[in-house]
Each structure stands twice: as structure tokens, then as C-alpha cells.
Design a protein around this ligand. Structure first.
Ligand code: ATP
Ligand code: MG
Length: 204
């Protein structure tokens, strides 16, 4: 059983979830683990001096639980998919092996050392400050962003986390999140399929 782990990281509202969903739809035997599903209870997330909840850091996430789910996929991707009601497809050619693809998406996936080591491919979506602020302002989060949260917490933490990421992760492919969704999907899908083919032994 062959496996490929693809990381889709990046700035908030860079398009991580959009790209990951599309990849999952187009890649057979794939599934998504999304970091956003592992936020701690609001009541245990600390507040800074300005009253802003400190959500944009690894401590605000149940990373142990997330890692246990990633490990569960790694130990048996086939049953991981079946348990979640996802179809598994046999390899296209009789003598080639199935390749299972895990898409891990989230804003701090490359900051976590143990998780970062598992990636075969790392993508990082970026958009400029003004686009990010506009996109974020048009979304409703749970809990909702309080006034001033973007400039008081989200943006400064993005800059801090990105610097930290550069000390942890290498081999990152940066993607321009201003490009059309279809273009981003086509570029990443092409890379993933190439690697899947290589793992199946069809490419030298
Ligand atoms: N390539 C793109 N071009 C224009 N808009 C996009 C693009 N990709 C995503 N969007 C839009 O940007 C918003 C954020 O997208 P998405 O939820 O995929 O981002 P995210 O990085 O997962 O954000 P979050 O920080 O909430 O996890 C959505 O409204 C989505 O439709
Ligand atoms: Mg998202």
C-alpha cells in the first residue's frame, strides 16, 4: 500500500479549504484532515492584554488529536477511508499498486515539527494584506471576529507564524492565491498525479 501526504497551508482566506476540497474530489483514494476541526473550546483559549482571543497559535489547537488521526490514516489508509464512508477505488491497472493520498490543510500545518516531517509535498497559499482583510471580513467565523481582531491579532500572528515556519519547514511551493481557483487546482493536481504515477512505478 503506497501513500502520499500533501500539505496545503497558507494565510487565512488564502483558499486552503477550497483548493483541498477540489483536490480531494479529483484524486482517487484521497481524504482531507483539516486543522480547523481541532480548535480548542473558546473558554480555554487565552486572551491577550487587548482582550483578543489567542486563536492563531498551535496552543489553541488539539494537535495531539489531529496527529492521532493522521497516524491512524498512516497505519491503514484503506480502513481510514472506509470508516468515514469514503469509497476506495482499485488501482487502474492490474499490476500497479493503489496510492492513497492524504491532504492535510490548515494555517499552521508546517509550524508543527512532527506533522511537518510527514509531508511529501508542501504548498503554501499567499494573498496580500488588503485582499486577506477583505476576504476575511466577508466571512462569518465561530466565534465571530471582534472589531479590530484582524489588525490586532490575525495579521501580526500571520507574520510571526510565517517566520517561525521558515525555521521548521523547507521545500515549500508557494502559490499565488490571487490566481483563479481552477488554475491553482490544475497546478497542484498535476504535481500530485505525477508523484502518484511515480509511486505506482509508471514513471522512471
Ligand atoms: N483562488 C481564489 N480566488 C478568489 N477567491 C478565492 C480563491 N480561493 C478561495 N477564494 C475565496 O476566498 C474565501 C476563503 O476561501 P477558503 O475558505 O478556501 O480559504 P481558507 O484559506 O481555507 O480560509 P480559512 O482561514 O477560513 O481556513 C472564500 O470566500 C473563497 O470562495
Ligand atoms: Mg479553511
Amino acid at each position: 500500500m503506497k501513500m502520499l501526504v500533501v500539505g496545503v497551508g497558507g494565510i487565512t482566506n488564502g483558499g486552503k479549504s477550497t483548493l483541498s476540497q477540489s483536490l480531494h474530489q479529483q484524486i482517487p483514494n484521497s481524504c482531507i484532515i483539516a486543522q480547523d476541526s481541532y480548535f480548542k473550546e473558546d473558554s480555554v483559549v487565552p486572551v491577550d492584554n487587548s482582550g483578543f482571543k489567542q486563536y492563531d497559535m498551535l496552543d489553541a489547537l488539539h494537535m495531539d488529536t489531529m496527529m492521532s488521526h493522521v497516524d491512524s490514516w498512516r497505519s491503514n489508509p484503506d480502513s481510514f477511508l472506509r470508516e468515514r464512508g469514503l469509497n476506495t477505488e482499485p488501482a487502474a491497472e492490474p499490476d500497479s499498486e493503489e496510492v492513497f493520498v492524504l491532504i492535510v490543510e490548515g494555517f499552521l500545518i508546517f509550524n508543527h515539527r512532527t506533522l511537518n516531517e510527514l509531508f511529501d509535498q508542501r504548498y503554501f497559499l499567499e494573498i496580500p494584506y488588503d485582499v486577506c482583510k477583505t476576504r476575511r471580513g466577508s466571512r462569518v467565523y465561530r466565534p465571530p471576529d471582534p472589531p479590530g481582531y484582524f489588525d490586532g491579532h490575525v495579521w501580526p500572528m500571520y507574520l510571526k507564524n510565517k517566520l517561525e515556519m521558515l525555521n521548521v519547514a523547507s521545500g515549500i511551493i508557494y502559490l499565488d492565491g490571487l490566481k483563479p481557483k481552477e488554475e491553482l487546482l490544475a497546478a497542484v493536481r498535476e504535481n500530485v498525479f505525477q508523484e502518484v504515477d511515480r509511486l505506482r512505478g509508471r514513471l522512471q
